[in-house]
Design a protein around this ligand. Structure first.
Ligand code: NAP
Length: 294
């Protein structure tokens, strides 16, 4: 038996279609949603991520551009750039691409973005709203994209046991909170596992929905998976591959080929969570434009 594939590219295309239609409605009111990416330094992976997101944004009609700053940018200069974008009425969303150079404190930088333009959902105000269940905040894009995968993939969630492996700030922790919400499409009983969890496989084998968000290549194997479970692979891990022109390839946290023979449904990687993260980012940007131009 082979698991049903939860095709993130196809789901993302549906969301992009809705986003394009919303952009067109904004434009009828004289507003073009605007998104600015800030990239500090020349990390090759960050360059690739930002250019992919910028291209997608343009495809749905969002005016997007990237502000590139040198690796040596002082904190004050970066904060001034963020202040200018916060004040610019043509800019509705601001995304600061991680990782930032180690000289720049993440918490100070992310907290400087106006919560109304924080389409990544990383600002403490938006994180607090997530915790309170206040829908006026922006949800972080990867966890929100995973909820959409479950919804569009018609995976039942209410009363189901979700095990999230990884308690990172941008995926595992917010996702666990969202899955436990008292709301349609969630209502799970949630276990949040991490590197200090004991007997991990015994826990993950109880999961109806198993999410790998730990950043360890091909870590989750068939022995971690209950037959018929839904498996979501968030990880993006670089592994050496001399046969690849880049010298490496990207793999997920789930050993897809073996796990798909046990799972009931599974996200491919690439082609699962990644495209949905971008789809939710663009959808958040249009919502910011709708809210700010009301
Ligand atoms: P992170 O902040 O480094 O968190 C990793 C988490 O995994 C930590 O909670 C860590 O536990 C846990 N962990 C590490 N090794 C473990 C093990 N052997 N057993 C159980 N738990 C373990 O990482 P992140 O930012 O959340 O990202 C996680 C992965 O998702 C990365 O591969 C990242 O590239 C990927 N990602 C993908 C997308 C996308 O759009 N597809 C978006 C964001 C991130 P401790 O807390 O105990 O250290």
């Amino acid at each position: 038996m082979s698991a049903r594939i939860l095709d993130g590219e196809a789901f993302a295309a549906r969301i992009h279609g809705e986003t394009s239609a919303r952009v067109a409605r904004c434009q009828q009111r004289g507003v073009t949603p605007g998104l600015v990416f800030i990239r500090v330094g020349e990390d090759p992976a960050s360059r690739a991520y930002v250019s992919r997101k910028e291209k997608r944004a343009q495809e749905v009609g969002i005016a997007s551009r990237t502000l590139v700053l040198p690796e040596s940018t002082p904190l004050n200069t970066l904060l001034k750039e963020i202040d200018a974008l916060n004040a610019d009425p043509k800019v509705h969303g601001i995304l600061i691409q991680s990782p930032l150079p180690t000289t720049l404190p993440n918490d100070v930088v992310y907290a400087r973005v106006s919560p109304a333009k924080d389409v990544d959902g990383f600002h403490p105000v938006n994180f607090g709203k997530l915790l309170l269940g206040d829908p006026s905040g922006f949800l972080p894009c990867t966890p929100a994209g995973i909820l959409e995968i479950l919804r569009l993939g018609e995976i039942p969630t209410a009363g189901k046991h979700a095990v999230v492996v990884g308690r990172g700030q941008i995926v595992g922790r917010p996702l666990a909170l969202l899955l436990a919400r008292k709301a349609p499409g969630t209502d799970c009983t949630v276990t949040l596992a991490h590197s200090r969890t004991t007997n991990l496989a015994a826990l993950t084998r109880q999961a109806d929905i198993l999410v790998g968000a730990l950043g360890r290549p091909h870590f989750l194997k068939p022995e971690h998976v209950k037959p018929g479970a839904t498996v979501v692979d968030v990880g993006v891990n670089r592994v050496n591959d001399p046969a690849n022109p880049r010298g490496y390839r990207l793999v997920g946290d789930v050993d897809f080929d073996s796990v798909k023979t046990v799972a009931g449904a599974i996200t491919p990687n690439p082609g699962g969570v990644g495209p949905m993260t971008i789809a939710l980012l663009l959808s958040n940007t249009v919502r910011a434009a709708e809210d700010l131009s009301r």
